[in-house]
Design a protein around this ligand. Sequence first.
Ligand SMILES: [Zn+2]
Length: 281
Amino acid sequence: MSLVPMKELLEDARKNKYCVPAFDYSNYEMMRAVIEVAEEERSPVILMNLVVDLPNNGMEYLTAMAWEAGEIATVPVVLHLDHCTDLDLMRKAVNAGYTSVMIDGSTKPFEENVEMTKRVVAMARPRGITVEAELGHVGSAQGNEDESVLTQPEEVERFVAATDVDCLAVAVGTAHGVYTKEPKLELELLEAINRVSEVPLVLHGGSGTPDDQVKEAIARGIAKLNIHSELCVAMRKGLEEFLRAEKNPSPFAAHLFAKPLEYMREVVRKKIYLCGSQNRA
Ligand SMILES: [Zn+2]
């Protein structure tokens, strides 16, 4: 198989009330954990890149690795660019092999967000690349104050009609990073958004959001769940355990990364079952 666009996967998920898990990966081990467990569970899966990992030839290395993995995989794999705010970088990305991209104009005024998103749809659509945008703003869990701005249902209809975007990230009470206090999702708001949205909805800040709330969100139209922090925490926990346990740690990277891989695989499997995407490939 080779990498696939995201649009059809999310539409199927929305229709059948499950969700496709999406994981940011920064290295081979993270990517491997995601693909291997997705294969074991016969789940479609979305690999994502963060802009912070792309300088120098980061984009080329990471996309090449994902394309090879996609060829080998026997489940649908999407390669998605997460949170791109820069149109020049986006131009590079649509030529680099992404099958899906997110243009994040969520900190911009509504009209500017519409304009940016329209330009990306014009670049991506002719190549069959899916486009995700964000309306409202999902802030950071680590900030002193929550700078999130909840998505307004009235704006959703206008935004989707004006941009013709394929899917939409919404702000309904989650935040990025590791939570310092438990989030509380605005489920009624999500339901109202889903009612007026013609396109599938995306939940960012999936890491650390309690499972019961995520399930409620999936029942109300969330078709893609973004996970990053939980994978990073699992990798770090594995590394720390290995280094603490070994007096003379093996110099082989394969040994260094065995525990991190094990813990990351646990996270991926848990999220697949949370999303209900097992046996959907
Ligand atoms: Zn995000």
